[in-house]
Design a protein around this ligand. Structure first.
Ligand code: MN
Ligand code: MN
Length: 291
């Protein structure tokens, strides 16, 4: 990796880290979900950076992929476990970082995912396999009486690419890619009181473009035009022009132009915590860009 790219990863990381910490302090009982999301997203733009994906704010058993809808009336409630997951990109070089805010009495659950992330980061060095990180994550979470979410993983990052190899599991497996100096990836342990597996809910607010095939319906063309700058990175329904969205969005999904990301949740009534950092592997360990 050349110095210029390295500095862009560092800049994205510093912006993401600062804004995530400030945003986390604003989550309290009675605060507006929509106002929080819009406030954090606009701070990223004010820094001259861009969002690598819509701010994810996922509550309680929801692990990922929720964000504000247009006119969202939700407020944060007592006992909510709130995951804030922020992605910032500078010229396409991505920082992906998440934290959990506890509005109840779940500090041990939060400690589990945080300790798991720390343990995984301490384990990193060139030559080990990604499954070694998963083993460290699983050990920290299970030793505290919770389960890691097995079907969510960390992921490699590249310019304008949010998910690529290596995949970083949240459970130990003794196969998988070997870590190499210069690799960039996000590690994101989830700890849960539930089953340890997420499934898809019907709620969907986040999409990405996966094909550039021509689009005929004018309202659909308007959507594609409005997301051109995303370069394939995810966007929110909330960011789109509202004209005929209810017809145009489903048609773009049916025709395979857009991919939709349903909210991912563990079983009803469970609680999920998440912590995430982005790292660059070095000769003797790693640099955490989002700390
Ligand atoms: Mn993330
Ligand atoms: Mn991630």
């Amino acid at each position: 990796m050349n110095d210029e790219i390295f500095e862009k990863y560092r800049e994205a990381g510093t912006i993401a880290s600062t804004i995530l910490k400030d945003g986390a302090r604003e989550i309290r009982e009675g605060a507006s979900y929509l106002e929080l999301v819009e406030s954090i997203e606009s701070r990223v733009r004010d820094e001259g950076a861009a969002l690598a994906f819509p701010l994810n704010v996922s509550l309680n058993e929801d692990a990922a992929h929720d964000t504000a809808s247009v006119g969202d009336t939700r407020i944060f409630k007592r006992n909510d476990v709130v995951k804030l997951d922020l992605g910032v990109e500078v010229d396409g070089y991505i920082a992906d970082t998440a934290t959990t805010i506890d509005l109840g009495d779940n500090s041990l659950l939060l400690q589990a995912s945080e300790a798991a992330l720390d343990a995984a980061i301490r384990t990193i060095q060139p030559g080990i396999i990604a499954g070694n990180l998963g083993a460290a994550i699983q050990r920290e979470i299970e030793s505290r009486g919770y389960r890691p979410i097995a079907n969510l993983t960390g992921h490699g990052l590249d310019q304008y690419v949010l998910h690529r190899s290596p995949s970083i599991p949240n459970i130990g497996n003794m196969s998988g890619p070997v870590l190499e100096e210069g690799m960039v990836f996000a590690i994101e342990p989830f700890a849960t009181t539930g089953s340890g597996h997420v499934g898809e809910k019907t709620r969907k607010e986040i999409y990405s473009q996966i094909s550039t095939r021509p689009v005929r319906i004018p309202a659909a063309r308007t959507i594609i035009e409005s997301i051109k700058d995303r370069k394939g990175l995810p966007f929110s329904r909330r960011w789109l022009p509202e004209r005929k969205l209810d017809i145009a969005l489903p048609s773009l999904i049916r025709s395979g132009v857009l991919h939709e990301y349903p909210v991912l949740a563990d079983i009803p009534g469970s609680l999920v915590s998440q912590h995430e950092h982005t790292v660059i592997v070095t000769a003797d360990g790693c640099i955490v860009t989002t700390r």
